[in-house]
Design a protein around this ligand. Structure first.
Ligand code: GCV
Length: 712
């Protein structure tokens, strides 16, 4: 009787969809439901072997054993030696003649240190590469195939990362607040480091390795020099030790004035010999603790940060000084191009090009210039940054923002892969048609070997890592696109949904459809037809197009939309700021004429009259009304579609997303009403009566305050 009860209890437990809080990300390894596939998989993984003695090989063995247990329900011992029954063999080419016989010399040269090869035929599977890390990447790839229920009996995969540095930038402060973080506090528990190693560090490294991320800048670019003190470097060393076997290199942000703050020098002038010696000694100290330290990431002379211009030196002078300090250790310097100055009356859009283009060719060979995807600041939609295609002699690194500072933060569901891809696929025309941004950053256009892409992380200590459960997809997308920018948004969403939620075909189809539309929906209810930077100032939460009282002109939304009685938008053509002149002529063509301008960017480049006729036949005013209402209505559609998925996934994540969609709908309506009521004071035109009219006044929206909005 007792046994029967236990059995019944077990059965009951198994039949309930397991509770999920999102911590497992896309590495849940839940049982494969398709019986015939399961049988096929089991035949491919008899007596699995992962060769190698390194910590990385041990991690690969552990991952495989955890994954196979979860996916198949059977426990597998992962051998580290080949035996007669092994049909699944993974290891470097050097580790076994069986593996080296499979690949040609040419293939081995081509895949480098991180690329991997998977070959399978019925009853045989081989995963190999030049290093244990490549093999680990191959195993994660193979597990993805199982997790997404793909066929694995005939495989011939050669996968090589398109970019060398695939990075996350954490804007994490030493007190654990996160600038523009919406998922709790920093996961770096500095106070308890170096002794206490939080399991999170390991899980974080594992998640990154599963998508190919191989570098991380731990600290905020608005840097604190304390991170460079001996006590903190000991802590950093511990994190680097955890990350190393996962193939992840650590970078630190360097505050340019550190020689003054820490070294008590009188200056931080990059041409001063004592300052140079200080940085050389600091670099030596860091490398003595962390021999594979990646290098420094620097924000200088931007938004109040110190930099070489304080000493009338150039960005190149500053970057090269640091580059000299790390060069003997094979380190690099990543110097950010996000610069603009309040005293400079030139259109903010143009200031980075003005500063950096003259420096092309003047940076040391171990310097990369990190450029945000657009010239203003991670807007819901921006044209690509004109620096891409304008500095052929300098390796440019892409900086995306994964954390949704300007895209609804952690209350809005927005899948960012389409945004990332839109930028990467943009044609700079730097060397004729086809000179895409992707080709600039992968080094192929101008023959660079240092290449990379980074994302400002959306990770915090919330149980599900990213605040909004759906925001995990953006971390995932960043990694996948940094590995291969040709992967489609559809594929990324598909993989992520299957691994993170379910392989149920109807669920995947419907939820993917929502994901792929989220970005356009958000653009419509937030920043349609080229509007930008009209968020409330400071925290950037919600609309604030009316703000005009801040000291720095370019911190005021009115600077960007320029609404007046005639029309709306920023004239950046030759008759205006001529920011458009910073693009190559062919690229310019798509925007320079108001009547042919790609309407997605109309108000980005033109001050259009309220009655300017759009391709839809509507006036600019009516188009704005239409977009704002369509965007907000589409959030209702998202909710309706999501509600249909209730039976398909676990209750906790289903409910979390449902509640957040309610918030998103309220915020979309808030954006719509506040912006239209405000712009109406200029257009003097009605919101047509067929639309539900705003239920609050403009004064009400203007009065809203959020003193404790996160991330600020
Ligand atoms: C880290 C924007 C953000 C700042 C951020 C800055 C940057 O201005 O609002 O929080 O600072 O970009 O990228 O340096």
């Amino acid at each position: 009787m007792k046994r029967l009860n236990v059995l019944l209890l077990l059965l009951l437990c198994c039949s309930i969809v397991r509770a999920e809080n999102g911590y497992d990300l896309w590495l849940r390894y839940v049982p494969i439901k398709n019986k015939s596939l399961l049988l096929e998989y089991k035949k491919q993984i008899v007596s699995p072997v992962v060769l190698g003695t390194s910590a990385t090989a041990a991690i690969a063995r552990k991952e495989l054993s955890v994954a196979l247990l979860g996916l198949t329900g059977s426990s597998y011992l992962i051998n580290s030696n080949i035996n007669t029954s092994s049909v699944f063999i993974a290891g470097t080419v050097k580790s076994s003649a069986v593996l080296s016989a499979l690949v040609t010399k040419e293939e081995l040269n081509r895949i480098g240190n991180e690329g991997f090869i998977i070959k399978a035929k019925p009853g045989k599977t081989f995963i190999t590469g030049n290093t244990d890390l490549a093999v680990l990447y191959g195993i994660f790839h193979y597990l993805r195939l199982l997790q997404t229920n793909q066929k694995v009996i005939n495989l011939n995969v050669i996968s090589i990362p398109k970019l060398k540095l695939r990075m996350l930038n954490h804007w994490d402060n030493l007190n654990r607040t996160v600038e523009r973080g919406y998922a709790g506090f920093s996961i770096w528990d500095w106070h308890r480091l170096p002794t206490f190693i939080d399991q999170r560090y390991i899980d974080y490294a594992r998640a990154n390795a599963s998508i190919g991320i191989n570098a991380v800048a731990l600290t905020n670019v608005n840097a604190n020099s304390i991170i460079l003190t001996p006590a903190y470097l000991e802590k950093v060393k511990k994190l680097a030790d955890v990350f190393r076997p996962y193939g992840i290199k650590v970078f630190l942000t360097a505050r340019f004035s550190s020689p003054i703050e820490l070294g008590r020098l009188k200056t931080a002038d990059p041409l001063d010999a004592i300052v140079q010696q200080w940085w050389t000694a600091k670099a030596n100290e860091i490398y003595s603790l962390i021999p594979d330290f990646g290098g420094f990431l620097v924000k200088a002379n931007s938004e109040g940060q110190p930099g070489p211009q304080d000493y009338k030196r150039t960005h190149a002078d500053g970057a090269n000084m640091l580059a000299n300090a790390v060069a003997p250790h094979k380190g690099i310097v990543i110097w950010r191009a996000f610069v603009y100055a309040a005293e400079n009356p030139v259109d903010r859009h143009m200031q980075a090009n003005d500063d950096f283009v003259p420096l092309d060719g003047k940076f040391n060979s171990n310097v990369m210039v990190q450029v945000k995807n657009g010239a203003i600041d991670f807007m819901p939609r921006e044209p690509f940054h004109p620096l891409f295609g304008a500095m052929p002699k300098t390796p440019l690194m892409m900086e995306f923002q994964v954390t949704q500072e300007y895209l609804g933060q952690a209350t809005n569901w927005v899948f960012l892969a389409p945004l990332f891809k839109e930028v990467l696929d943009s044609d700079t025309y730097a060397k004729g048609k086809g000179s895409t941004v992707a080709k600039v950053i992968d080094g192929s256009l101008d023959d660079h070997t240092l290449t990379g892409m980074t994302g400002v992380a959306n990770i915090g200590n919330d149980i599900n890592w990213t605040g909004h459960p759906m925001a995990q997809a953006n971390w995932y997308a960043l990694g996948r696109l940094a590995w291969d920018y040709n992967i489609t948004s559809d594929t990324i969403a598909d993989e992520w949904l299957r691994m993170t939620f379910s392989n149920d075909a109807a669920f995947v189809k419907s939820t993917k459809q929502i994901m792929l539309r989220t970005r356009e929906i958000m653009v419509d209810y937030m920043n349609p037809i080229g509007l930008h930077h009209i968020m409330a100032t400071g925290h950037h939460y919600g609309p604030g197009p009316w703000v005009s009282n801040l000291n720095r002109p370019e911190w005021n939304p009115v600077y960007y939309h320029k609404a007046d009685s005639v029309g709306i938008g920023f004239n950046r053509t030759a008759s205006g700021s001529n920011a458009i002149g910073q693009y190559h002529p062919e690229a310019r063509k798509q925007w320079e004429n108001i009547s042919t301008c790609n309407e997605k960017y109309l108000l980005w480049f033109h001050h259009a009259s309220w009655n300017h006729k759009m391709k839809s036949g509507r006036s600019v005013w009516n188009e704005l009304v239409y977009r704002y209402y369509t965007g907000a209505d589409s959030v209702k559609w998202m909710k309706q579609e999501w509600l249909k998925q209730q039976s398909k996934i676990d209750a906790q994540r289903f409910n979390d997303v449902s509640m957040l969609l309610d918030t998103q709908l309220e915020e979309a309506k808030w954006w719509r009403n506040a912006c239209l009521l405000y712009f109406q004071t200029f257009s003097k035109q009605p919101i047509p009566s067929n639309y539900e009219q705003p239920d609050k006044t403009l004064d009400y929206y203007k009065s809203l305050r959020f003193p404790f909005a996160p991330g600020n």
